[in-house]
Design a protein around this ligand. Structure first.
Ligand SMILES: Cc1cc2nc3c(=O)[nH]c(=O)nc-3n(C[C@H](O)[C@H](O)[C@H](O)COP(=O)(O)OP(=O)(O)OC[C@H]3O[C@@H](n4cnc5c(N)ncnc54)[C@H](O)[C@@H]3O)c2cc1C
Length: 434
C-alpha cells in the first residue's frame, strides 16, 4: 500500500513521519519546510514573516517540545502591541484600551458594556462585521476590529464569515474590559499568549527536526507534481516522472491542485471552486539593521489606513541567533489581493520612515540587508461560497482516496501545530484503513 504525498511542509512531513513506511514525498522547492522555512542571507536568518510555534496539544508537546526539539527552543511570553492614535496599547485591543486618549477609551468601553447588556452573542448566521458589532460594540469595532480586519482581508467584512474565529480573536469579559481601560494590565489573552521559538536556525529547525526522523522511503526535492490522474491513481511530475499510488495526500494549495486533476472536474464544480477559493497575498519585507535592540516588543499591529502594512515584527527578539552580533531584524507585512498591483519601492520607503518615526531606527542606523518575499496564497478568505464548496470537493476527493490537508490543502486559517496534527490524522486514517 503506497502513499504519495505532495509537499514537504509540516503537514506533509508529519504525514510521512506517522506513516513510517511506504510513502513518497514530492516537494517542488529545494528545501523542506514549506511556509515554515527560513533562509540564511548575509548572516541573517529570515522566516517567511515570523513563525512562532504555538503548542496546545499534549501530543505535540511530548513529540516535539520535550522530544525532538528538547533544549532547542526558547519559551517566550508574547509582548505584542497595537499602534493607533499615536500611542502603543497592549494586544488585544479589546481588553487593553489603557493609554488611549480618554474619549476613545470611553467610546470603546461604554459601547462594549451597552452591547453586552443587550443580548447574548451568537456567531451563527452572522457575518464578520455583524459579529464584531454584536460582540464588541461600535467603539472597539470602529477603532480596531473593522479597520484592522479590512486591511488584512481586503474584502467587505459583511462578505466574510465567522467559522475561522475559533480561538483567534479573544473575547474579554466586562470586568476585563473595564479593568484594562483603567490599568496597564499584563494579563494574557488568546491562543498565542506564550510560544516557542528555536534557539538556533529560525523556524526551519522545526521542519528539519521532523525531516531528519524520516526513514524507509523517498523524499524528492525540486519535484513538482504537475498532473494528478485520479482515475488511474497516478501522478506525473513536471520532469515527467510517473508514480502510481494507493492513497494520495495533497498539502499544496487546493485551488492549484484542482486545476491539475486529469480529467478535470466537471465545469459546474470547477466554476464553484473558482468562486469559493479566494485568498490574499502577503508581501513581506525583511530588514536587517545595524542596531542591536531597537525595541523589546515582539510585534505590533497597525490598524490605521495611514500605515500601508498591517504588522511589524522584530524577528531578532525571538532569538538573537537570527541576526549577526550587534544587529537586529524586522519583518514588515503588507497584504493585497492577487489581482492588485504592489509598489515595492513606495512601500519600502513608507516602512523605513515608520521605523524612524517610532525611533526603532536611529539616524545612524544602516540597513545591512533587505529582502522581499511574496507569499501566495497567504490567508484564505472565509466566505459563504467557501463553506458550500469545501464539503462537496472533499467528499469527491475522499471517494478517490485523496486527502487534502494542511493550511492550503484544507483551505483554512491554521497554524504550524495544526499542520503537524493534520499530517498525523491523515496517516492514522490511512493506516487504520489498511
Ligand atoms: C504570514 C503568515 C504568518 C504565519 N505565522 C505563523 C506563526 O507565527 N505560527 C504558526 O504556527 N503558523 C503561522 N503561519 C501558518 C503556518 O505557516 C502554516 O500553518 C503551516 O506552515 C502550513 O504548513 P503546510 O504543510 O500545511 O503547508 P505549506 O507550508 O504551504 O507546505 C506545502 C508544501 O507543498 C509544496 N507544494 C505545493 N504544491 C506542490 C506541488 N504541486 N508539487 C510538489 N510540492 C508542492 C510547497 O512547496 C510546500 O513546501 C503563518 C502563515 C502566514 C501566511
Amino acid at each position: 500500500m503506497s502513499t504519495v504525498i505532495i509537499g514537504a511542509g509540516l503537514a506533509g512531513l508529519s504525514a510521512a513521519y506517522h506513516l513510517r513506511k511506504n510513502w513518497v514525498i514530492f516537494e517542488k522547492d529545494a528545501k523542506v519546510g514549506g511556509l515554515s522555512r527560513s533562509d540564511r542571507v548575509n548572516g541573517f536568518i529570515f522566516d517567511k514573516t515570523g513563525h512562532l510555534f504555538h503548542v496546545h496539544s499534549a501530543y505535540t508537546k511530548k513529540w516535539l517540545v520535550d522530544g525532538l526539539l528538547k533544549n532547542k527552543l526558547h519559551k517566550l511570553d508574547r509582548n505584542s502591541w497595537i499602534f493607533s492614535k499615536d500611542v502603543f496599547t497592549r494586544y488585544p485591543f479589546q481588553a487593553n484600551t489603557y493609554g488611549l486618549e480618554r474619549k476613545t477609551m470611553a467610546d470603546c468601553v461604554v459601547s462594549f458594556l451597552k452591547t453586552r447588556d443587550r443580548r447574548a452573542v451568537s456567531r451563527r448566521n452572522q457575518n464578520f462585521k455583524q459579529w464584531c458589532l454584536a460582540t464588541f460594540g461600535p467603539g472597539i469595532s470602529r477603532h480596531f476590529m473593522l479597520p484592522y480586519n479590512r486591511k488584512l482581508w481586503r474584502t467587505d467584512l459583511d462578505k466574510v464569515t465567522t467559522e475561522w474565529l475559533g480561538g483567534f480573536i479573544p473575547v474579554p469579559s466586562r470586568e476585563e474590559v473595564v479593568y484594562g481601560a483603567l490599568v496597564d494590565q499584563k494579563k494574557f489573552f488568546g491562543y498565542n499568549a506564550s510560544f516557542y521559538y528555536p534557539k538556533e536556525g529560525g523556524s526551519q529547525t522545526l521542519a528539519d527536526a521532523v525531516s531528519r526522523q524520516l526513514c524507509g522511503s523517498e523524499l524528492y526535492l525540486n519535484s513538482e507534481v504537475a498532473e494528478i490522474h485520479w482515475q488511474k491513481k497516478e501522478i506525473v511530475t513536471s520532469q515527467g516522472l510517473r508514480r502510481s499510488y494507493d492513497r494520495l495526500i495533497n498539502t499544496g494549495p487546493l485551488n492549484v491542485f484542482l486545476e491539475r486533476l486529469r480529467p478535470r472536474l466537471d465545469s459546474r464544480l470547477e466554476a464553484a471552486g473558482r468562486e469559493a477559493l479566494r485568498y490574499n497575498v502577503v508581501y513581506n519585507l525583511n530588514l536587517g539593521i545595524t542596531n542591536p535592540r531597537p525595541t523589546d516588543k515582539h510585534w505590533v499591529y497597525f490598524p490605521e489606513k495611514r500605515f500601508p502594512f498591517y504588522r511589524i515584527g522584530v524577528l531578532s527578539n525571538f532569538a538573537s541567533s537570527v541576526a549577526p552580533k550587534g544587529m537586529s531584524s524586522f519583518y514588515i507585512e503588507f497584504v493585497r489581493l492577487e489581482r492588485e498591483g504592489f509598489d515595492y519601492e513606495k512601500m519600502q520607503n513608507h516602512a523605513i520612515e515608520t521605523l524612524k518615526t517610532l525611533s526603532w531606527m536611529k539616524p545612524d542606523d544602516e540597513i545591512a540587508h533587505k529582502q522581499w518575499l511574496r507569499i501566495a496564497p497567504a490567508y484564505v478568505i472565509y466566505t459563504k461560497e467557501r463553506a458550500r464548496f469545501l464539503p462537496q470537493i472533499f467528499n469527491f476527493l475522499q471517494k478517490h482516496d485523496i486527502f487534502s490537508i494542511g493550511r492550503y490543502g484544507a483551505w483554512k486559517y491554521s497554524f504550524m501545530e495544526q499542520a503537524l496534527l493534520d499530517g498525523k490524522a491523515a496517516a492514522q486514517t490511512i493506516l487504520g484503513s489498511i
